[in-house]
Design a protein around this ligand. Structure first.
Ligand SMILES: NC(=O)c1ccc[n+]([C@@H]2O[C@H](COP(=O)([O-])OP(=O)(O)OC[C@H]3O[C@@H](n4cnc5c(N)ncnc54)[C@H](O)[C@@H]3O)[C@@H](O)[C@H]2O)c1
Length: 333
């Protein structure tokens, strides 16, 4: 029998636990180490999933032979930790966004490409059954309009209330919708954004925008909008949605299903698996086989989408539309 893949985690809060629960179902994977600056969290994680606990990821990398590492720390630490991991030749699953600093993010991506690392950005929507079916439905069709919407509440994790830590909702959450829109409509060329500041949320710790409105131009000619808010409540029954209008047909992707609206009626296909299952299966399969075609969301994709959402923040602050490629070039060199 082939030896098990040896996997380590860096940052074992909410998302670390989600990914561990997904890969624990894979027969040939062993979680052998976890690093978290909070020792109690690291210890609780290894008690549940196995392996050795560390409080410093460098100590973990230096002492533990690993095939793959999940980076699930708060966003600001992703690129620096990623570059530390590259020195040890491990495959990488990196949570989105790639970083809040585009210079660090670009350096990380270029170093990863230079050493031909197998690495994935955690845009899990793109591996779901709903997305894959939507991709087939939209294949080759000219998209007229993209409409992206995420109605949400104050984030459940407190550091995300502070936009200097998480970047605000477009950077932290709507990035998934923008990634889906960009993948299906040929990338985002320009973005123009308006946000409001603490319009509905007045808690002193809520240092953030709470209403977000973007206008987008996509590479293959579609125009689009993206709206978000942190003003609502967790039980809201309106799923995050990505709508694509083509001639005589609307394709609607949510986190639960894909629907096709035509003059003949509405057809629906639900996701039959948990949202993060397929991306983890693809990552593990890619590491196991070395087949990079299983990685649909490269670090380069992550860099472009991270640049798009940070450009949206800049547009909201300056009141000017922003060309994403120029913004990335200027902000990352
Ligand atoms: N893909 C998704 O569905 C999804 C959903 C939520 C969050 N995220 C992203 O995942 C990342 C983690 O979010 P979360 O909700 O798990 O946050 P979290 O606060 O629950 O977990 C982060 C963990 O990282 C630890 N940590 C902080 N700095 C560290 C460091 N330098 N080294 C090691 N550990 C460190 C913290 O102690 C904490 O345990 C964020 O970038 C977030 O944007 C992705």
């Amino acid at each position: 029998m082939a030896p098990k893949l040896r996997v380590g985690f860096i940052g074992v809060g909410r998302m670390g636990a989600v990914h561990a629960s997904m890969i624990a179902e894979e027969p040939d994977v062993q979680i052998v180490a976890a690093a978290d600056i909070d020792p109690a969290r690291a210890e609780a994680f290894v008690q549940k999933w196995g392996g050795r606990a560390f409080t410093d990821h460098r100590a973990m990398l230096e002492t533990t032979p690993l095939d793959a590492v999940y980076i699930c720390t708060p966003t600001r630490a992703h690129a620096d930790i990623g570059m530390d991991c590259l020195e040890h030749g491990v495959a990488l699953y990196v949570e989105k966004p790639l970083d809040l600093d585009l210079r660090r993010a670009r350096r990380f991506v270029e170093e990863a490409e230079a050493c031909n690392a197998l690495a994935m950005t955690g845009f899990h929507w793109r591996y779901t059954e709903a997305y894959r079916r939507a991709e087939e439905m939209l294949d080759g069709a000219a998209i007229a309009l993209v409409n992206l919407r995420w109605y949400w509440t104050r984030p459940p994790i407190r550091w995300m209330w502070d936009r200097s830590e998480a970047g605000g909702q477009i950077v932290d959450q709507n990035i998934h919708l923008i990634d889906v829109g960009a993948a299906l409509a040929g990338g985002v060329k320009t973005v123009y954004a308006a946000y409001n500041e603490r319009q509905a949320n007045h808690e002193p710790e809520f240092q953030n925008w709470d209403g977000y409105a973007l206008t987008l131009h996509f590479g293959r000619g579609a125009v689009g909008v993206c709206a978000g808010t942190y003003a609502l409540f967790p039980e809201i029954q309106l799923a995050p949605t990505a709508d694509f209008a083509v001639r005589d047909c609307l394709v609607r992707i949510t986190d639960k299903q894909v629907q096709r609206y035509t003059s003949a009626g509405i057809e629906s296909w639900p996701n039959t698996e948990p949202l993060h299952r397929a991306i983890n299966r693809a990552f593990i399969a890619a590491v196991r086989s070395g087949d990079r075609l299983r990685v649909h969301t490269t670090l380069r994709d992550g860099l472009m989408t991270t640049a798009t959402v940070l450009a949206a923040n800049r547009s909201a602050q300056t009141g000017k539309p922003i060309d994403v490629a120029t913004f990335l070039e200027k902000e990352s060199t």
